[in-house]
Design a protein. Structure first.
Lengths: 343, 334
């Protein structure tokens, strides 16, 4: 298994390795966040096409992001990263601390630590508490605090989606076979098989897949498996007005991503980086690539995720040793008691 | 993993920042967790305990069968079946679609510890059931030929079950470690030994509680070995932890782990010092060991859950890994 990199590492033909002798080329997304305008048409198109249920309307206090994160009922999620820096400075963008200070306690107070974002609203501050929404005032910026306190401001927007990993943690740990690799190289949950064991939820190093409340089964992006069968592109890519979400054959998307990165670097956007492009990374590369304008963790993405299966040989060796020790202890207890003084 | 990472920051602190600011503050998306918190509830933690108990008691029951300790054998087969039935109820109840529990039997998947565990339990369960059923046959019927046939079959099945018990006792460590949950994944080297020791301690503790002192000597030895192994492995695990030591020390998980250590230590002392002389002492020691084992499972379970609620536990080790790799690359090229 390790020779063909079935557990981790680069895998050239993921569909063949899943048992498809004849199959179409692997497809995926290239999400270029540098042209995302945060319109959320992808979120809406996805919900409409896939009949993903409404999951609570709430103002989360995370800039214009009121979806929160990917989840069972949010298969596309547009992140809005509001950043500022002292006026005129190079680099050094950061989220306003006071915004995080508002949001983070509410996340921690929620039963699943904010994992319920994308499926249910967060607990709200008690009714009657006045919240500062940061509404515009009539004074000019910096009037009260002096010119040196003025800041530059930027918004990073990113439409997040299931990564359709080459080595998918969710797929590997699924005990029923509900999660499977399609002929297109994507990863899909069969709803008639899933029994809601929840292992995939903890197997995903990106926090993408989740169990749908009230339904009990795991749900995530299918890369519009039904549309692919009819030769159509996924609903989100179809709806994207700026081609921030591009659909296509993965090999071609990788080249396109490389070209776009070189172009941005040439224009002086040195911080641009590709995410999920490298087949040598911890999940063998994504089926859904991203071009980011800051570090992955700024968007809520793990910087260097690793598929848990990578540790499987090591884990089972240790389990085997522990099991042997357990057996030896059991036998030893009886043998020593038989020869001992029966104490 | 390096262990001295930013102890000054409480678990709540995951404030966003960018490159150039002091290490310790970690960039995040409004403090939002990167991972999904496990959907598993207390039932899974309880199963970790009952599954280990079923395995530990099965080993003692089989040994008692082979050495002719009838009362120890009877108590432990019945205890094993009880723990096994509780395990099955807990596992099925935690599913999102409990009526589809049998979908676990559609496939055998070596990459899924839950699938491996399903088949280990399937191999383990029937023999425990058969052996326990024979124990429930009234004495006056035992010489009848159907009962003798049942005895012959159930004895073989019971011993075969005991042979799979080490798998039942330890696979749950793989179940937890084979996830993206930092608090479980990063203890993958030691957790199997903690769980094996915990299972042996609880099984031995049950034998001490339920069987007379005269017959329970092997149970005491098994419990003492298990408790010692658990205490040592648990300490070792904690020493090797990096940033996630916080989640094992703080909050409910930390309280349960401290309670587990105290109870297991007390149970071990009682097992060695008084359980061989006094029935009451044996029962108290057995109860302490059972309680320690249960608290250990809940502590580990909750520590893992807590580690998913703060993005630092996911981001910091990964960022350190990336930075180290970048330094290595620049050292080679520069």
């Amino acid at each position: 298994m390790t020779e063909r990199n079935l557990l981790f590492g680069p895998e050239d033909d993921v569909s063949r390795d899943s048992g498809y002798d004849e199959h179409p080329p692997r497809v995926g997304f290239f999400t270029d966040t540098s042209v995302c305008i945060g319109c959320k048409a992808c979120e809406v198109a996805c919900k409409e096409w896939n009949h993903v249920p409404e999951d609570g309307l709430d103002l989360l206090g995370m800039s214009m992001d009121n979806t929160g994160m990917l989840g069972a009922n949010s298969w596309r999620h547009v992140a809005f990263v509001e950043q500022r820096r002292p006026a005129g400075q190079e680099g050094g963008w950061s989220l306003p601390d006071e915004m995080t200070a508002q949001v983070e306690p509410r996340l921690r107070a929620a039963p699943r630590g904010g994992s319920e974002l994308g499926t249910t609203p967060l607990p709200s501050p008690g009714s009657g508490a006045v919240q500062d929404l940061g509404m515009p005032t009539f004074s000019r910026p910096g009037d009260g605090t002096g010119a040196e306190a003025r800041t530059d401001f930027r918004w990073l927007m990113e439409s997040d989606v299931c990564k359709h990993c080459t080595h998918a943690g969710c797929l590997d740990v699924c005990p029923t076979g509900a999660l499977f690799r399609t002929e297109f190289g994507t990863v899909v949950v069969q709803q008639d098989i899933c029994n809601g064991c929840g292992y995939c939820v903890s197997g995903c190093p990106y926090g993408v897949i989740d169990r749908r409340p009230g339904d009990g089964r795991a749900n995530k992006c299918t890369l519009c498996y039904d549309r692919l069968h009819d030769g159509l592109e996924p609903a989100c890519a179809k709806a994207c007005p700026t081609q921030s979400i591009q659909f296509g054959e993965l090999d071609e998307l990788r080249e396109r991503a490389d070209r776009r990165l070189a172009e941005l670097h040439g224009q002086g956007v040195a911080e641009a980086e590709l995410y999920g492009r490298d087949p040598d990374d911890g999940v063998g590369g994504h089926g859904a690539l991203f071009l980011l304008l800051d570090k992955p963790e700024v968007y809520g993405l793990p910087p260097d995720p690793v598929v848990p299966t990578r540790f499987a040989p090591e884990i089972w060796r240790r389990v085997g040793t522990a099991a042997a020790a357990f057996a030896v202890a059991g036998i030893g207890a009886f043998v020593s008691a038989a020869f001992g003084n029966r104490r | 993993m390096n262990g001295d990472h930013s102890p000054a920051h409480g678990p709540r602190r995951a404030v966003a920042e960018v490159a150039g600011q002091p290490p310790g503050d970690v960039a995040s998306y409004y403090g939002r967790p990167v991972l999904k918190t496990p959907v598993w509830e207390w039932k899974v933690a309880a199963y970790l305990f009952t599954g280990g108990l079923a395995a530990g008691t099965a080993v003692i029951a089989a040994g008692a069968d082979l050495t002719g300790a009838a009362r120890l054998r009877r108590a432990c087969w019945l205890g094993s079946l009880g723990a096994l039935l509780a395990s099955l109820v807990l596992l099925v109840a935690d599913l999102g679609r409990p009526e589809r529990f049998h979908h676990m039997l559609r496939v055998a998947k070596p990459t899924s510890p839950m699938s491996v565990g399903t088949w280990i339990l399937s191999a383990f369960g029937p023999g425990v059931g058969a052996a326990a059923i024979w124990e429930m046959v009234p004495v006056r019927w035992r010489s009848s030929w159907p009962a003798r046939l049942l005895r012959a079959v159930s004895r073989g099945l019971g011993l075969a079950s005991a042979a799979t018990a080490p798998g039942v006792a330890t696979y749950t460590a793989a179940l937890l470690s084979h996830t993206a949950v930092p608090g479980w994944q990063e203890v993958r080297a030691e957790l199997p030994f903690v769980f094996a020791g915990s299972a042996a301690a609880s099984g031995g503790g049950f034998g001490m509680l339920a069987a007379p002192v005269l017959e329970a000597a092997p149970a005491r030895r098994f419990a003492a070995l298990g408790a010692t192994g658990e205490l040592v492995a648990s300490r070792l695990m904690e020493q090797r932890m990096g940033l996630i030591r916080e989640v094992y020390h703080q909050g409910a998980a930390g309280r349960r782990r401290r309670g587990a250590e105290l109870l297991t230590l007390a149970g071990l002392a009682g097992t060695v010092l008084v359980a061989g002389r006094s029935r009451a002492g044996a029962a108290a020691s057995g109860l302490a060991l059972l309680g320690g084992s249960a608290l250990q499972r809940f502590g580990v379970f909750e520590a893992g859950v807590a580690s998913t609620k703060d993005p630092r536990y996911t981001v910091v080790p990964q960022r350190e890994r990336l930075d180290a790799a970048a330094r290595d690359r620049s050292a080679v090229t520069g």
